[in-house]
Design a protein around this ligand. Structure first.
Ligand code: PLP
Length: 393
């Protein structure tokens, strides 16, 4: 029997065999919108689902399929599905799992556009939602309603970097037969695999660490084969947020270096945390890989390492936080994450500006909080830039 290969090997080889493609080492791009049938009868069989084969790229494409098979293998899932953005993936999953009068229980502090989608689902279709910190069994149990149709979790939580214990959430959800969906964007499949803890569907904004180069907008999901097939043939096919073959190819290319990049992101983040701790202008630091973090024990349980994102509070107010950003020379002011470039943003006026101030502060997003997506540059250069800017506020 073939020995199960390691993650670092699977990420380069799974889902593609060069011998099926004239020996081409790199997968070809099937840049086509449709596929011709040999006969009318073959077309009929394909439409009836009696014969395997491609029909039309919105329903499936060989380059996109390679990426879907690879992400499924990396997340230890039965099947995967690709989308034109992370939000196309999130919306397809939430729409497929709910109907009017259902309720979605979410971790506190979901991504801003996911929050917008939940509000729209509530206003237009009567699908309600609520938020829970999900830090204890009691907090989760008391938030579940008889009409809860799905539990939607982001861990680490953006931008406070608290974690949610996936094993605990699954234990409670399974007792009630409620599916658990995890947005795994911040960890990438290299650092965390929620399917291993019994979660049902994993969602990624592949725009971030999976693409890794800041040049693609994409989404991926994985789960059980029948669930994924159902989403492919309903919300993906009929709403139509598909990924282009070229973007799938870019993701296949970007993915190959994910373990190497992630280790470098983590190494750099750990060094920056060590330096931030010594700086007199820093009030507090939020990094799950830090032994002093309240999230450290859960991190050890479910993540390989602490990741590339750090949040910190400066001793100062909004103006000083903005001055810090303006004084930077190497680090870019931008709201994405997971790129080679180090990016910095001010959540209170950028990613979380739509959240009312009071709720924002309850979530720990005060005006002096800053989020850093640590890139792949030399950690000394990142620190020198941050340090000189901190010294000027
Ligand atoms: C945690 C998380 N989920 C989903 C998304 C949405 O992804 P996309 O921008 O690819 O649509 C983002 C984007 O920042 C995100 O940070």
């Amino acid at each position: 029997m073939k020995k199960e290969q390691k993650f670092e090997t699977k990420i380069i080889h799974d889902g593609y065999s060069s011998k099926d493609f004239h020996g081409s080492l790199v997968p070809p791009i099937y840049q086509t919108s449709t596929f011709s049938f040999e006969t009318a009868e073959q077309g009929e069989r394909r439409f009836r689902g009696e014969e395997d084969g491609y029909i039309y790229t919105r329903l499936g494409n060989p380059t996109v399929k390679m990426l879907e098979d690879r992400i499924a293998s990396l997340e230890n899932a039965e099947a995967g599905l690709a989308f034109g953005s992370g939000m196309a993936a999130v919306s397809a999953v939430l729409i497929s799992l709910t109907k009017s009068n259902d309720h979605i229980l979410c971790s506190q502090g979901v991504y801003g556009c996911t929050f917008g989608l939940l509000q729209m689902m509530q206003e237009k279709y009567g699908i309600s939602h609520s938020f829970s910190m999900m830090q204890t069994r009691e907090q989760i149990e008391e938030a579940i309603k008889p009409e809860t149709a799905c539990i939607y979790v982001e861990t680490p939580i953006n931008p406070t970097m608290l974690l949610i214990d996936l094993q605990l959430v699954v234990e409670i959800a399974k007792e009630r037969n409620i599916p658990v969906v995890v947005d795994n964007t911040f960890s990438s499949p290299y650092l965390q695999n929620p399917i291993d803890f019994g979660c049902d569907i994993v969602v990624h904004s592949a725009t971030k660490y999976i693409g890794g180069h800041g040049d693609v907008i994409a989404g991926l999901i994985v789960g059980k084969a029948d669930t994924i097939k159902n989403i492919a043939m309903t919300t993906l096919k009929d709403i139509g947020g598909v990924l282009s073959p070229f973007d799938a190819w870019l993701l296949i290319r970007g993915l190959k270096t994910l373990p190497v990049r992630m280790d470098r992101h983590c190494d750099n983040a750990e060094k920056i945390v060590d330096e931030l701790k010594k700086h007199s202008k820093i009030e507090s630091i939020y990094y799950p890989g830090d032994e002093e973090s309240p999230a450290f024990d859960v991190m050890k349980k479910q993540m390989r390492r602490g990741g590339g994102l750090i949040s910190f509070k400066i001793k100062g107010n909004k103006e000083e936080a903005q001055r810090l950003l303006n004084e930077l020379q190497l680090i870019k002011i931008a709201v994405s994450l997971g790129d080679a470039e180090t990016l910095i943003q001010h959540p209170a006026t950028m990613t979380h500006a739509v959240v009312p101030k009071e709720s924002r502060e309850q979530m720990g997003i005060t005006d002096n909080l800053i989020r850093l997506s640590v890139g792949l540059e030399s950690w000394e250069d990142i620190w020198n830039d941050l340090n000189q800017a901190l010294n000027q506020i």
